[in-house]
Design a protein around this ligand. Structure first.
Ligand code: FNR
Length: 187
């Protein structure tokens, strides 16, 4: 069976991160032919163009891990109406050196959870702008701006009943997006 490898890109390294919990719960809704691994981004240096000639091990690892992916699942909080600096820093690292954009062509889906009503909508809009210039085919619909509530996750860490259909549909559409893109690439 063909399997699709998905790099999970979480924009928070907080111990109790809601977005990390959301990412892990979504993985459980994925089809059997999808496998997931988390991109490690917390040891990347602050991006500095001077470092491009002598990339650290963490910078090289990030490029390798992006290269291995058939798709990207980006799960991010919103910080001050945009994406966290941590996420932008990793995106910048993967985009360089000039002409060696590791993100190019990787089909992506984005989603995020926030305790507030806006549910990461503005962060996601900014992220779409960034991914466009990096030539990342980004799933447009369904949009998923999740406002956190008690019961979003059940005791086992799965998506709770109230949101399960919505998020199962998101995952089904994301899987279809990755498959569609894989077919286009092989044609
Ligand atoms: C936030 N938070 C937040 N929430 C939101 O919906 N819109 C926003 O603009 C912001 N801005 C913001 C800035 C900073 C610096 C912090 C630390 C937090 C709240 C944020 O959604 C909340 O802390 C989430 O729980 C963060 O995600 P994780 O770490 O739980 O995944």
């Amino acid at each position: 069976m063909n399997t699709y490898r998905i790099a999970v890109f979480v924009g928070s390294i907080r111990r109790e991160s809601l977005n990390r919990r959301l990412a892990d719960a979504l993985i459980r809704l994925a089809p059997a032919d999808f496998t997931f691994y988390h991109l490690k981004i917390d040891d990347l240096p602050l991006y500095n163009q001077d470092d491009e000639e002598h990339p650290t091990e963490a910078m090289q690892r990030l490029r390798r891990e992006i290269a291995e992916a058939d798709g990207l699942m980006i799960v991010t909080p919103e910080y001050n109406r945009s994406i966290p600096g941590l996420l932008k820093n990793a995106i910048d690292h993967g985009s360089r050196p000039s002409g060696h954009n590791a993100w190019e062509g990787k089909p992506a889906g984005m989603i995020g959870v926030s305790p507030s009503a806006c549910g990461t909508a503005m962060a996601q809009q900014h992220l779409r702008n960034i991914l466009a210039v990096l030539d990342v085919p980004t799933m447009a619909q369904p949009e998923a701006f999740i406002g956190y509530y008690d019961g979003l996750f059940d005791e086992a860490g799965c998506i709770g009943l109230k949101s399960r259909d919505f998020l199962q549909n998101w995952m089904n559409r994301f899987a279809a997006w990755v498959r569609l893109h894989a077919r286009r690439v092989s044609e």
